[in-house]
Design a protein around this ligand. Sequence first.
Ligand code: PLP
Length: 408
Amino acid sequence: PTRDQVHNFAAGPSPLPGSVLEEAAQGLLNYDDTGMGICELSHRGKEFKAVIEGAEADLRKLLSIPENYTILFSQGGGTGQFSAVVLNLLSAHRLKNPVPAQEFKPPVLDYVLTGSWSSKAYAEAQRLTLPPFPNCPAFAEPRIAASMKSEKWTRLPRKDEYSFSKDAAFVYYCENETINGIEFPHDPSNEAAFPFESVPEGVEIVADYSSSFISRPILNIEKHAIIYAGAQKNLGPSGVTVLIVRNDLLVDTTEASKLGCVPHTPITYEYKILADNKSLYNTPPTFPIYVSALVLKHLIKDKGGLEGLESTNKQKAELLYKTLEAAEKKGKARLVVRDENARSWMNVTFTIEGAAEEEKRFLDGAEKKGFKQLKGHRSVGGIRASIYNAVTLDSVKLLCEYINEFCT
Ligand code: PLP
């Protein structure tokens, strides 16, 4: 089939705007009449410098990122940040608390578990902070500040279910759980929207925004220490990860290592090294950064910026949830996330009720109509319709028609 015969609901890598891909294809062959493709140009040359600086400026403008935050482009994906966040923040914490090694007390790291990705981040923090040798203190004590695991990730914690430690190095959460389809609500008047007001003063807040980045404004950027996102949902191809880091957290991790009691940070994961070198310490993923730069221009110019995206994404999500609620009333489908406030705008998860073959029949019928990659994540099964920025309202309307037809 051609691109316009297909509606791609993939959770990631996810679809990109066709017009951007055409421009990128041209840039891959002959960038800006240089006679060379973008991947063949030096990452230190003036052409690529303009690309990466343009991407940074557009991102700052689109998200209204305050001046005291640095934007970095990194490799290693979201998973890389599960580690980098721990290493950089523990280094920053150690430099602020330079007590002699004998007096060192491992700081607590508070994790809010709302689904698979925050759980993976927590597991990585546990792994990285193990004692370096037997009978000595661990580097830190990862702890669960709230967990919805026992409820199979079907709702967010209530306000009274969070317990934040007074002297934690940081609190970590995942804004949108891609696999489970659970997201913190966006309306600031909803108390579940940003349940971190009660985080004690001095405790840093870290957010994984991988699958909701630039789908709508970020609530309370200035209350975060670090926000990061792998590109491969709303921004560009896989291979680049965007970081928004408060400037005072760009610390020399080697200095922290010299004090001891902190895990060593690989050079490419040190935020300060990335910042000092304007994300060009070593060869960056030039093509993903180039395509991301084109996507940002497209979102600002053709999609009405963040407000336009927010309004379209809201319409798409509301339409799909309304359709699925109707199917649920008929006993034909069931939404996975039971808490209406916490239903993701990006990843809509549901099951088809009835005999086991029904789900296969739903997916086969969808495939015939050009609805692609609707199968849920292999770890949870079911159906997942991911409706990132590049999925149009028309594609969502067609999917809703199919759901209505199937669920009569
Ligand atoms: N965090 C979230 C919310 C994700 O959706 C993903 C991947 O889908 C990751 C982290 C891991 O990202 P990566 O595959 O780039 O390592």
